[in-house]
Design a protein. Structure first.
Length: 171
């Protein structure tokens, strides 16, 4: 099954993780930020002004974060390259779409790993069907909520395949 690109490409995103997601002050983030509000370290064009020193400035969570390609998919595919800085209404729409697509990509990462198992034909077919539906759901939160439940149930049923997989040889 050809999956969408599940690797982040920040050069084709609009800093959606820095806008759409909330974070709480902790050892990973130096201050609180509500969802839907741009991080105070973003410049007018959406670039991080502290990118090179994020860890030293208390933003290790930014370094650890992986959207699995959801940012560029929302920015490029769903919003045709339009960015949030252009208008508040678009920022709200992008901020709503991003967590939905991020969830979809997280599920696709799990299905891509499951695809490596020696699945029976019916299980492989179901995996392909689920992946196609998830990839096609776009930013439809209701569809994705249903698919997330179906995917979790499917993945839970793969335990026998995981147990049957041979252990890797140790050197």
């Amino acid at each position: 099954m050809p999956f969408p690109d599940l690797k982040p490409d920040c050069s084709h995103c609009a800093s959606l993780c820095c806008v759409a997601l909330a974070f709480d002050r902790s050892s990973l983030f130096a201050f609180d930020k509500p969802a839907g509000e741009p991080c105070r370290h973003l410049d007018a064009g959406g670039a991080c002004r502290i990118h090179a020193e994020r860890a030293a400035r208390g933003f290790g969570g930014c370094i650890r974060y992986d959207c699995h390609g959801a940012g560029q998919r929302v920015t490029q595919d769903i919003f045709a390259g339009r960015v949030w800085a252009d208008e508040a209404e678009r920022r709200e729409a992008l901020s709503r779409a991003f967590p939905v697509v991020e969830t979809a990509h997280r599920l696709l990462v799990l299905l891509a790993e499951a695809e490596k198992l020696p699945l029976a034909e019916a299980a492989a077919s179901r995996l392909t069907d689920l992946a196609g539906q998830i990839a096609g759901a776009g930013a439809d939160g209701a569809a994705l909520a249903r698919l997330e439940g179906e995917t979790q149930a499917f993945l839970g049923g793969l335990r026998p395949y995981v147990r049957a997989r041979p252990e890797p040889e140790r050197a």
